[in-house]
Design a protein around this ligand. Structure first.
Ligand code: IMP
Length: 178
């Protein structure tokens, strides 16, 4: 695999398509075992997770639902700071086994601020699946229950992840050349 250019930056190959596919299948296998008979509700967080969520969900062999939400953050009052709201969350989570599908946990801010809103609806359980995690960048505590790859604190594109809107359609994952 060759280095690629997205906008003004160069990215080098990092995770190839077959290693991603293998990891996605192994996460799906664990979920198939852990959620058998629980009819989980998967909530995929757009935009970045759309390819990961689709691939993962194809390997889910148990009864399960999926929905897609978008998170929007806006400035709240001074005391509340940034407020995150979910667009498209039209399911009642009460008593459900909820599984969040996220592309990447970076600082952890997004999930750290959003998860309390979900707990508020009293799901039976709430777990996080993330394809990628940058532990060195994480400053807001987020417990990832099912992780694909732990990666260094480098910007990555491909497999749904973008750099300023481009790169989501690249099948493999590339990391920034610095
Ligand atoms: P966090 O709130 O800092 O954990 O950021 C999470 C979101 O930032 C992810 O869902 C991605 O959309 C975006 N993000 C973080 N790191 C990267 C990256 O390396 N490439 C592309 N998007 C990223």
């Amino acid at each position: 695999m060759q280095a690629i250019q997205v906008h003004d930056k160069f990215f080098e190959p990092y995770l190839n398509e077959s290693s991603i596919a293998e990891k996605v299948r192994s996460i799906a296998d664990q979920l198939n075992r852990d959620y058998d008979g629980k009819k989980p509700l998967f909530i995929a967080i757009l935009n970045g997770s759309f390819i990961f969520a689709a691939d993962l969900f194809k390997s889910i062999a148990i009864e399960a639902e999926i929905c897609f939400i978008k998170l929007a953050s806006y400035k709240g009052t001074k005391s509340s700071g940034q407020v995150i709201t979910a667009i498209g969350l039209d399911r009642d989570l009460y008593g459900r086994h909820v599984v969040i599908l996220e592309d990447i946990v970076d600082t952890g801010k997004t999930l750290n601020e959003f998860l309390p809103q979900l707990y508020h609806q009293q799901p039976a359980s709430l777990k996080i699946v993330a394809l990628l995690h940058k532990p060195e960048a994480t400053i807001y505590p987020v417990e990832v229950d099912y992780l694909g790859f732990s990666i260094p604190n480098k910007f990555v594109v491909g497999y749904g992840l973008d750099y300023n809107g481009l790169g989501r359609n690249i099948g493999a994952i590339y990391k920034l050349v610095e």
